[in-house]
Design a protein around this ligand. Structure first.
Ligand SMILES: NC(=O)c1ccc[n+]([C@@H]2O[C@H](COP(=O)([O-])OP(=O)(O)OC[C@H]3O[C@@H](n4cnc5c(N)ncnc54)[C@H](O)[C@@H]3O)[C@@H](O)[C@H]2O)c1
Length: 352
Protein backbone atom coordinates (compact mmCIF):
# COMPACT_ATOMS: atom_id res chain seq x y z
CA UNK A 1 0.00 0.00 0.00
CA UNK A 2 1.22 3.53 -0.77
CA UNK A 3 2.23 5.26 2.44
CA UNK A 4 2.90 8.96 2.85
CA UNK A 5 4.92 10.10 5.86
CA UNK A 6 3.42 13.21 7.41
CA UNK A 7 4.91 15.39 10.16
CA UNK A 8 2.10 16.89 12.22
CA UNK A 9 2.74 20.14 14.08
CA UNK A 10 -0.57 21.18 15.70
CA UNK A 11 1.18 24.15 17.40
CA UNK A 12 -0.78 26.45 19.69
CA UNK A 13 -4.38 27.40 20.45
CA UNK A 14 -6.91 26.16 17.92
CA UNK A 15 -4.11 24.42 16.01
CA UNK A 16 -4.52 21.63 18.55
CA UNK A 17 -8.24 21.46 17.74
CA UNK A 18 -8.37 21.74 13.96
CA UNK A 19 -5.39 19.50 13.16
CA UNK A 20 -6.86 16.40 14.88
CA UNK A 21 -10.16 17.13 13.09
CA UNK A 22 -8.45 17.26 9.71
CA UNK A 23 -6.43 14.13 10.49
CA UNK A 24 -9.62 12.19 11.18
CA UNK A 25 -10.86 13.16 7.73
CA UNK A 26 -7.49 12.43 6.12
CA UNK A 27 -7.34 8.95 7.64
CA UNK A 28 -10.88 8.13 6.60
CA UNK A 29 -10.26 9.28 3.03
CA UNK A 30 -6.92 7.45 2.84
CA UNK A 31 -8.66 4.21 3.79
CA UNK A 32 -11.21 4.71 1.04
CA UNK A 33 -8.64 5.49 -1.63
CA UNK A 34 -6.18 2.71 -0.88
CA UNK A 35 -3.25 4.51 0.71
CA UNK A 36 -2.01 5.10 4.24
CA UNK A 37 -0.77 8.15 6.10
CA UNK A 38 1.99 7.49 8.56
CA UNK A 39 1.85 10.54 10.83
CA UNK A 40 4.23 11.60 13.55
CA UNK A 41 3.22 14.43 15.89
CA UNK A 42 5.62 17.09 17.18
CA UNK A 43 4.86 19.39 20.12
CA UNK A 44 6.69 22.36 18.58
CA UNK A 45 4.88 25.46 19.76
CA UNK A 46 5.02 28.59 21.93
CA UNK A 47 4.18 26.36 24.88
CA UNK A 48 7.40 24.45 24.17
CA UNK A 49 9.30 27.73 23.79
CA UNK A 50 8.12 28.76 27.27
CA UNK A 51 9.38 25.46 28.71
CA UNK A 52 12.63 25.05 26.75
CA UNK A 53 13.48 28.41 25.16
CA UNK A 54 13.11 26.90 21.67
CA UNK A 55 10.13 26.55 19.35
CA UNK A 56 11.67 23.36 17.99
CA UNK A 57 14.76 21.32 18.87
CA UNK A 58 18.14 22.25 17.38
CA UNK A 59 17.87 19.38 14.87
CA UNK A 60 14.19 20.09 14.13
CA UNK A 61 14.72 20.82 10.45
CA UNK A 62 16.76 17.62 10.01
CA UNK A 63 13.92 15.67 11.60
CA UNK A 64 11.38 17.21 9.23
CA UNK A 65 13.50 16.61 6.13
CA UNK A 66 12.66 12.91 6.25
CA UNK A 67 8.91 13.45 5.77
CA UNK A 68 6.89 13.63 2.56
CA UNK A 69 4.87 16.58 3.87
CA UNK A 70 4.42 18.74 6.94
CA UNK A 71 0.95 19.60 8.25
CA UNK A 72 0.88 22.54 10.66
CA UNK A 73 -2.01 24.03 12.64
CA UNK A 74 -0.95 27.46 13.88
CA UNK A 75 1.58 28.96 16.25
CA UNK A 76 1.23 32.00 18.46
CA UNK A 77 0.43 32.73 22.08
CA UNK A 78 -0.50 36.03 23.75
CA UNK A 79 2.41 35.67 26.23
CA UNK A 80 5.02 35.08 23.52
CA UNK A 81 6.10 37.81 21.08
CA UNK A 82 4.83 36.95 17.60
CA UNK A 83 8.25 37.28 15.97
CA UNK A 84 9.48 34.44 18.24
CA UNK A 85 7.02 31.93 16.84
CA UNK A 86 7.39 33.17 13.30
CA UNK A 87 11.18 33.33 13.18
CA UNK A 88 11.67 30.33 15.49
CA UNK A 89 9.59 27.89 13.49
CA UNK A 90 7.63 28.94 10.42
CA UNK A 91 10.20 31.01 8.59
CA UNK A 92 13.11 28.56 9.11
CA UNK A 93 10.92 25.76 7.73
CA UNK A 94 9.68 27.82 4.76
CA UNK A 95 13.19 29.00 3.87
CA UNK A 96 15.30 25.93 4.60
CA UNK A 97 12.94 23.79 2.54
CA UNK A 98 12.73 26.42 -0.21
CA UNK A 99 8.96 26.59 0.07
CA UNK A 100 9.01 29.68 -2.06
CA UNK A 101 5.36 29.53 -3.05
CA UNK A 102 2.64 30.26 -0.56
CA UNK A 103 -0.49 29.12 -2.35
CA UNK A 104 -3.81 30.28 -0.96
CA UNK A 105 -7.01 29.36 -2.80
CA UNK A 106 -10.05 31.60 -2.48
CA UNK A 107 -13.35 30.03 -3.48
CA UNK A 108 -16.86 30.52 -2.21
CA UNK A 109 -17.98 27.09 -1.03
CA UNK A 110 -21.56 26.06 -1.76
CA UNK A 111 -23.95 27.17 0.96
CA UNK A 112 -21.64 29.82 2.41
CA UNK A 113 -22.58 33.47 2.34
CA UNK A 114 -20.17 36.06 1.07
CA UNK A 115 -20.38 39.35 2.95
CA UNK A 116 -20.64 40.85 -0.54
CA UNK A 117 -24.06 41.35 -2.11
CA UNK A 118 -25.25 39.20 -5.04
CA UNK A 119 -22.28 36.85 -5.03
CA UNK A 120 -22.82 33.13 -5.53
CA UNK A 121 -20.61 30.03 -5.38
CA UNK A 122 -19.44 30.19 -9.00
CA UNK A 123 -18.60 33.86 -8.84
CA UNK A 124 -15.39 33.77 -6.77
CA UNK A 125 -12.62 31.30 -7.51
CA UNK A 126 -9.04 32.48 -7.54
CA UNK A 127 -5.65 31.70 -6.02
CA UNK A 128 -3.16 34.01 -4.38
CA UNK A 129 0.43 32.99 -5.14
CA UNK A 130 2.53 34.72 -2.53
CA UNK A 131 6.33 34.84 -2.73
CA UNK A 132 7.35 33.12 0.47
CA UNK A 133 11.13 33.23 0.87
CA UNK A 134 12.29 36.84 0.47
CA UNK A 135 10.77 40.26 -0.25
CA UNK A 136 9.73 42.47 2.60
CA UNK A 137 10.20 39.74 5.24
CA UNK A 138 13.94 39.92 5.64
CA UNK A 139 16.25 39.96 8.61
CA UNK A 140 18.39 42.65 7.07
CA UNK A 141 18.25 45.94 8.88
CA UNK A 142 18.69 47.20 12.39
CA UNK A 143 18.28 49.94 14.91
CA UNK A 144 20.52 52.84 15.67
CA UNK A 145 20.56 55.20 18.63
CA UNK A 146 18.09 53.03 20.49
CA UNK A 147 16.26 54.74 23.31
CA UNK A 148 17.32 58.23 22.25
CA UNK A 149 15.38 60.85 20.37
CA UNK A 150 17.53 60.07 17.31
CA UNK A 151 16.39 56.45 17.34
CA UNK A 152 15.92 54.91 13.90
CA UNK A 153 14.99 51.57 12.39
CA UNK A 154 15.91 50.26 8.93
CA UNK A 155 14.29 47.23 7.32
CA UNK A 156 15.52 46.09 3.93
CA UNK A 157 13.41 44.35 1.30
CA UNK A 158 15.16 41.71 -0.77
CA UNK A 159 14.03 40.96 -4.30
CA UNK A 160 16.32 38.68 -6.29
CA UNK A 161 15.95 37.81 -9.95
CA UNK A 162 15.99 34.11 -9.09
CA UNK A 163 13.44 34.53 -6.32
CA UNK A 164 11.04 36.67 -8.33
CA UNK A 165 11.35 34.67 -11.56
CA UNK A 166 10.58 31.35 -9.95
CA UNK A 167 7.41 32.53 -8.23
CA UNK A 168 6.27 34.24 -11.45
CA UNK A 169 6.84 31.00 -13.36
CA UNK A 170 4.79 29.06 -10.81
CA UNK A 171 1.93 31.57 -11.14
CA UNK A 172 1.91 31.38 -14.95
CA UNK A 173 2.04 27.57 -14.90
CA UNK A 174 -0.79 27.47 -12.39
CA UNK A 175 -2.86 29.83 -14.56
CA UNK A 176 -2.42 27.44 -17.48
CA UNK A 177 -4.17 24.74 -15.45
CA UNK A 178 -7.01 27.14 -14.60
CA UNK A 179 -8.58 29.99 -16.60
CA UNK A 180 -5.30 31.34 -17.99
CA UNK A 181 -5.19 34.72 -16.30
CA UNK A 182 -2.44 36.14 -14.05
CA UNK A 183 -2.69 39.41 -12.15
CA UNK A 184 0.43 40.92 -10.61
CA UNK A 185 0.23 42.97 -7.40
CA UNK A 186 2.62 45.88 -7.59
CA UNK A 187 3.31 49.30 -6.11
CA UNK A 188 5.86 50.60 -8.55
CA UNK A 189 4.60 54.13 -8.28
CA UNK A 190 5.60 54.50 -4.61
CA UNK A 191 8.27 51.85 -4.08
CA UNK A 192 10.73 52.89 -6.71
CA UNK A 193 13.40 50.18 -6.73
CA UNK A 194 12.00 46.77 -5.87
CA UNK A 195 8.56 47.14 -7.42
CA UNK A 196 9.66 48.35 -10.87
CA UNK A 197 12.03 45.36 -10.76
CA UNK A 198 9.05 43.12 -9.87
CA UNK A 199 7.13 44.58 -12.85
CA UNK A 200 10.09 44.01 -15.19
CA UNK A 201 10.36 40.37 -14.16
CA UNK A 202 6.60 39.92 -14.60
CA UNK A 203 6.89 41.33 -18.12
CA UNK A 204 9.92 39.12 -18.76
CA UNK A 205 8.05 35.98 -17.67
CA UNK A 206 4.98 36.57 -19.84
CA UNK A 207 6.33 35.80 -23.36
CA UNK A 208 6.98 32.16 -22.41
CA UNK A 209 3.23 31.88 -21.72
CA UNK A 210 1.55 33.51 -24.72
CA UNK A 211 -1.69 31.70 -23.89
CA UNK A 212 -1.89 33.41 -20.46
CA UNK A 213 -3.54 36.81 -20.19
CA UNK A 214 -1.73 39.26 -17.88
CA UNK A 215 -2.59 42.42 -16.02
CA UNK A 216 -1.19 44.30 -13.07
CA UNK A 217 -2.58 46.63 -10.45
CA UNK A 218 -1.11 48.69 -7.67
CA UNK A 219 -1.81 46.97 -4.38
CA UNK A 220 -4.15 49.70 -3.14
CA UNK A 221 -6.62 49.52 -6.03
CA UNK A 222 -6.14 45.74 -6.18
CA UNK A 223 -7.39 45.52 -2.58
CA UNK A 224 -10.46 47.50 -3.64
CA UNK A 225 -11.03 45.19 -6.63
CA UNK A 226 -10.92 42.15 -4.32
CA UNK A 227 -14.02 43.60 -2.67
CA UNK A 228 -15.75 45.23 -5.63
CA UNK A 229 -15.19 42.61 -8.33
CA UNK A 230 -13.48 39.51 -6.95
CA UNK A 231 -14.89 37.44 -9.82
CA UNK A 232 -12.39 38.88 -12.28
CA UNK A 233 -9.38 37.12 -10.75
CA UNK A 234 -7.86 33.74 -11.53
CA UNK A 235 -4.25 33.72 -10.27
CA UNK A 236 -2.85 36.70 -8.35
CA UNK A 237 0.92 36.80 -7.87
CA UNK A 238 2.30 39.00 -5.13
CA UNK A 239 5.36 39.70 -3.03
CA UNK A 240 5.61 38.30 0.49
CA UNK A 241 3.95 41.24 2.26
CA UNK A 242 1.34 42.06 -0.38
CA UNK A 243 0.50 38.37 -0.73
CA UNK A 244 0.15 38.01 3.02
CA UNK A 245 -2.39 40.81 3.16
CA UNK A 246 -4.28 39.76 0.01
CA UNK A 247 -4.57 36.23 1.26
CA UNK A 248 -6.45 37.36 4.36
CA UNK A 249 -8.57 39.80 2.35
CA UNK A 250 -9.44 37.13 -0.24
CA UNK A 251 -10.84 34.65 2.30
CA UNK A 252 -12.69 37.50 4.02
CA UNK A 253 -14.91 37.81 0.94
CA UNK A 254 -15.73 34.09 0.93
CA UNK A 255 -16.47 33.39 4.60
CA UNK A 256 -13.41 34.35 6.65
CA UNK A 257 -10.34 32.74 8.11
CA UNK A 258 -12.22 29.64 9.21
CA UNK A 259 -12.32 28.58 5.55
CA UNK A 260 -8.92 29.86 4.39
CA UNK A 261 -6.52 27.13 3.29
CA UNK A 262 -2.85 27.39 2.41
CA UNK A 263 0.26 25.56 1.36
CA UNK A 264 3.94 26.46 1.54
CA UNK A 265 5.16 24.70 -1.53
CA UNK A 266 8.54 23.59 -2.78
CA UNK A 267 7.56 23.08 -6.43
CA UNK A 268 10.72 21.15 -7.31
CA UNK A 269 9.95 18.66 -4.50
CA UNK A 270 13.56 18.67 -3.35
CA UNK A 271 12.25 19.22 0.18
CA UNK A 272 8.96 18.57 1.95
CA UNK A 273 6.24 21.16 1.51
CA UNK A 274 4.29 22.44 4.50
CA UNK A 275 0.54 22.81 4.54
CA UNK A 276 -1.09 25.15 7.07
CA UNK A 277 -4.37 27.01 7.22
CA UNK A 278 -4.08 30.77 6.85
CA UNK A 279 -5.49 31.45 10.30
CA UNK A 280 -3.48 31.77 13.48
CA UNK A 281 -3.94 30.20 16.90
CA UNK A 282 -7.08 32.31 17.62
CA UNK A 283 -6.51 32.74 21.38
CA UNK A 284 -9.94 34.39 21.67
CA UNK A 285 -11.73 31.09 20.96
CA UNK A 286 -9.03 28.51 21.79
CA UNK A 287 -10.18 25.78 24.15
CA UNK A 288 -13.87 26.38 23.51
CA UNK A 289 -14.24 23.63 20.91
CA UNK A 290 -15.81 25.99 18.37
CA UNK A 291 -12.95 26.54 15.91
CA UNK A 292 -13.93 25.97 12.31
CA UNK A 293 -11.96 22.96 11.02
CA UNK A 294 -12.81 23.60 7.35
CA UNK A 295 -9.66 25.64 6.69
CA UNK A 296 -7.58 22.74 8.05
CA UNK A 297 -9.56 20.18 6.04
CA UNK A 298 -9.21 22.18 2.84
CA UNK A 299 -5.49 22.52 3.63
CA UNK A 300 -5.36 18.73 4.06
CA UNK A 301 -6.96 18.39 0.63
CA UNK A 302 -4.21 20.60 -0.84
CA UNK A 303 -1.64 18.33 0.81
CA UNK A 304 -3.24 15.27 -0.77
CA UNK A 305 -3.10 17.01 -4.17
CA UNK A 306 0.58 17.66 -3.67
CA UNK A 307 1.15 14.03 -2.67
CA UNK A 308 -0.48 12.95 -5.94
CA UNK A 309 -3.67 11.68 -4.28
CA UNK A 310 -5.94 13.72 -6.55
CA UNK A 311 -9.09 11.64 -6.11
CA UNK A 312 -8.75 11.65 -2.33
CA UNK A 313 -8.18 15.41 -2.38
CA UNK A 314 -11.41 15.87 -4.35
CA UNK A 315 -13.25 13.54 -1.97
CA UNK A 316 -12.31 15.77 0.99
CA UNK A 317 -13.60 18.89 -0.75
CA UNK A 318 -16.80 17.19 -1.87
CA UNK A 319 -17.42 16.09 1.71
CA UNK A 320 -16.73 19.56 3.10
CA UNK A 321 -18.94 21.19 0.48
CA UNK A 322 -21.76 18.74 1.12
CA UNK A 323 -21.75 19.93 4.72
CA UNK A 324 -21.54 23.64 3.87
CA UNK A 325 -24.30 23.29 1.26
CA UNK A 326 -26.52 21.52 3.79
CA UNK A 327 -25.91 24.41 6.16
CA UNK A 328 -27.23 22.79 9.35
CA UNK A 329 -23.86 21.96 10.93
CA UNK A 330 -21.75 25.09 10.73
CA UNK A 331 -19.50 26.63 13.36
CA UNK A 332 -20.28 30.07 14.88
CA UNK A 333 -17.89 31.95 12.55
CA UNK A 334 -20.17 30.84 9.68
CA UNK A 335 -23.33 31.76 11.54
CA UNK A 336 -24.05 28.30 12.95
CA UNK A 337 -23.99 26.77 16.40
CA UNK A 338 -22.03 23.56 15.78
CA UNK A 339 -18.83 22.65 17.58
CA UNK A 340 -15.60 21.62 15.90
CA UNK A 341 -16.45 18.00 16.70
CA UNK A 342 -19.97 18.25 15.32
CA UNK A 343 -18.82 19.77 12.04
CA UNK A 344 -16.08 17.14 11.77
CA UNK A 345 -18.63 14.42 12.49
CA UNK A 346 -20.86 15.77 9.71
CA UNK A 347 -17.97 15.69 7.23
CA UNK A 348 -17.05 12.15 8.30
CA UNK A 349 -20.68 11.07 7.98
CA UNK A 350 -20.67 12.04 4.29
CA UNK A 351 -17.70 9.70 3.84
CA UNK A 352 -19.44 6.64 5.33
N1 LIG B 1 0.61 30.62 10.46
C1 LIG B 1 0.44 30.86 11.72
O1 LIG B 1 0.75 30.02 12.57
C2 LIG B 1 -0.20 32.15 12.15
C3 LIG B 1 -0.91 32.93 11.23
C4 LIG B 1 -1.54 34.10 11.71
C5 LIG B 1 -1.41 34.46 13.04
N2 LIG B 1 -0.68 33.66 13.87
C6 LIG B 1 -0.60 33.95 15.31
O2 LIG B 1 -1.85 33.62 15.91
C7 LIG B 1 -2.09 34.48 17.01
C8 LIG B 1 -3.42 35.16 16.85
O3 LIG B 1 -3.37 36.00 15.71
P1 LIG B 1 -4.61 36.79 15.13
O4 LIG B 1 -5.63 36.96 16.19
O5 LIG B 1 -4.07 37.98 14.41
O6 LIG B 1 -5.18 35.86 13.95
P2 LIG B 1 -6.09 34.55 14.06
O7 LIG B 1 -6.20 34.01 12.66
O8 LIG B 1 -5.60 33.63 15.08
O9 LIG B 1 -7.55 35.07 14.51
C9 LIG B 1 -8.20 36.18 13.89
C10 LIG B 1 -9.71 36.08 14.14
O10 LIG B 1 -10.24 35.02 13.33
C11 LIG B 1 -10.87 34.05 14.13
N3 LIG B 1 -10.52 32.72 13.58
C12 LIG B 1 -9.32 32.34 13.10
N4 LIG B 1 -9.37 31.06 12.73
C13 LIG B 1 -10.60 30.61 13.00
C14 LIG B 1 -11.25 29.35 12.85
N5 LIG B 1 -10.61 28.26 12.33
N6 LIG B 1 -12.53 29.24 13.27
C15 LIG B 1 -13.19 30.28 13.76
N7 LIG B 1 -12.64 31.50 13.93
C16 LIG B 1 -11.34 31.67 13.55
C17 LIG B 1 -10.31 34.23 15.53
O11 LIG B 1 -11.21 33.76 16.50
C18 LIG B 1 -10.05 35.71 15.59
O12 LIG B 1 -11.22 36.40 15.96
C19 LIG B 1 -0.92 35.47 17.03
O13 LIG B 1 0.00 35.02 17.99
C20 LIG B 1 -0.36 35.41 15.64
O14 LIG B 1 1.00 35.68 15.57
C21 LIG B 1 -0.10 32.52 13.47
Amino acid sequence: MRTHRIALIPGDGIGGEVVPAAVRVLDRVAGRHGFALDHTAFDWSCERWTRTGRMMPADGLEQLAAFDSIFLGAVGHPDVADHVSLWGLLIPIRRTFQQYVNLRPVRLLRGLMSPLRDVGPDDIDFCVVRENNEGEYSEIGGRLYEGTDQEMAVQESIFTRRGVDRVMRYAFELARTRRGHVTSATKSNGIIHTMPFWDERFAAAAPAFPDVHTEQFHIDILAAHFVQRPGQFDVVVASNLFGDILSDLGPAVVGGLGVAAGGNINPERTHPSMFEPVHGSAPDIAGQGVANPIAAMWTASMMLEHLGEHEAAATVMTAVETVTADGTTLTPDLGGTASTDELTGAVLATLD
